[in-house]
Design a protein. Structure first.
Ligand SMILES: [Zn+2]
Length: 368
């Protein structure tokens, strides 16, 4: 696999290495030299569980790209200190956290393509820089009792994630952030203008038809089974509408203007969904983000990985119908079946949760 920068996708200039899980986060969560598991290595015979230290999870980057994004890291570190002590956070801080989660979600995707020597032959059509803050996004927050110190993540080791890097979970000292992003994830049901995906064109760009917003907020924001005892934060992103000639038609109304966090970036305000209500997150620092009830450790190992896997699979399967030709759809379906078989085999043999927390072996589960 040719080396490319995880930020810009070009051949790395003045080579550097990017910690996709930053050193400051690794330090907050225990000994940086501690070994952790990183999925199954399918490139070796016999198959082996990958094991190395968290601070060795580094991938190629340009020096300038790395330096530019170090600024984001510097701003997110104090936010994590507040998160981990369950202190009030402002909507601006949480929006920055969503930017950072975009970065990590995409960084881990590209990183795992490297680790797996890109065995599925995927051609990444975006990288960190071109994906941050582009599409609707969300994070569900949950808190685990007596979790202790540790860094864990779930999702990126699934082969299905290589096909659809749309959802992952990050566990930091008992705080779990389950992050997802995609076209039309929440805009429509939050009353914002939204894009209805039509198809991918020959250049693999998504063609979508624009719709005006209903200016009505629906509850729940997503029509999927949500995780219990979580607080979910949603942010509609209408950046694509700003670039349209007739953007006024979609963005001109007072309703949208009052619910805009950052017009230049096309960021809607943050919405918080919890205990059966959906509301705008307060502008000033608040503990509205913090879940009141706890999860136990066992639930995390059998429920969270499955939830993340289901989200990834659904997103992938929904995208197949958008491929331009029947041949391509057939190819995507075949790849999806293969990835899913490997993932289910892995789920039945090992914990679906990565990192330095050991979880009990998990029973195989048949899916239809
Ligand atoms: Zn670069």
């Amino acid at each position: 696999m040719e080396k490319f920068c995880v930020f810009c996708g070009e051949a790395p200039q003045e080579k550097n290495k990017e910690h996709v899980l930053p050193a400051w986060l690794i330090e907050m969560t225990g000994d940086p030299g501690h070994e952790a598991h990183f999925g199954i290595d399918f490139t070796k015979e016999p198959l082996k569980a990958r094991k190395f230290a968290f601070d060795s999870l580094v991938f190629p980057a340009c020096t300038t790209c790395n330096t530019r994004f170090a600024e984001l890291e510097g701003r997110v570190k104090p936010i994590f200190e507040l998160l981990l002590s369950y202190k009030p956070l402002s909507s601006d801080q949480l929006i920055l956290l969503l930017d950072w989660l975009d970065k990590v979600r995409v960084g881990l995707w590209l990183g795992y393509l490297y680790l797996d020597k890109n065995w599925m032959g995927i051609e990444p059509n975006f990288h960190i820089q071109s994906r941050i803050g582009q599409l609707d996004r969300m994070v569900s927050i949950l808190r685990v009792e007596n979790a202790g110190v540790g860094l864990t993540f779930a999702g990126p080791h699934f082969k299905s994630y290589q096909l659809s890097p749309t959802c992952f979970g990050l566990g930091v000292n008992g705080l779990w952030l389950v992050n997802a992003s995609g076209v039309g994830l929440c805009s429509q049901r939050l009353g914002f203008p939204y894009l209805e995906p039509l198809r991918f064109n020959e250049a693999h760009l998504l063609e979508a038809s624009p719709h005006t917003g209903s200016e009505r907020i629906m509850n729940p924001v997503e029509r999927i089974a949500t995780l219990p005892r979580t607080v979910s934060l949603y942010q509609p992103v209408f950046r694509a509408f700003r670039e349209r000639e007739n953007s006024e038609k979609y963005l001109g109304g007072d309703w949208i203007k009052q619910r805009t966090a950052d017009a230049a970036n096309g960021y809607g305000k943050l919405f918080v969904q919890k205990s059966d209500s959906v509301q705008i997150y307060p502008d000033n620092a608040s503990t509205d983000w913090a879940p009141a009830e706890l999860w136990n450790k066992k639930e995390v190992s059998y429920r969270l990985g499955e939830h993340i896997f289901d989200r990834i699979r659904r997103n992938y399967e929904n995208s197949i119908g958008l491929a331009p030709t029947q041949d391509e759809r057939r190819h995507l379906r075949r790849e999806g079946v293969m990835a899913r078989m490997l993932d289910l085999a892995m789920l039945s043999n090992a914990s679906e949760v990565e990192g330095n927390k050991k979880s009990p072996k998990r029973r195989a589960r048949r899916r239809r």
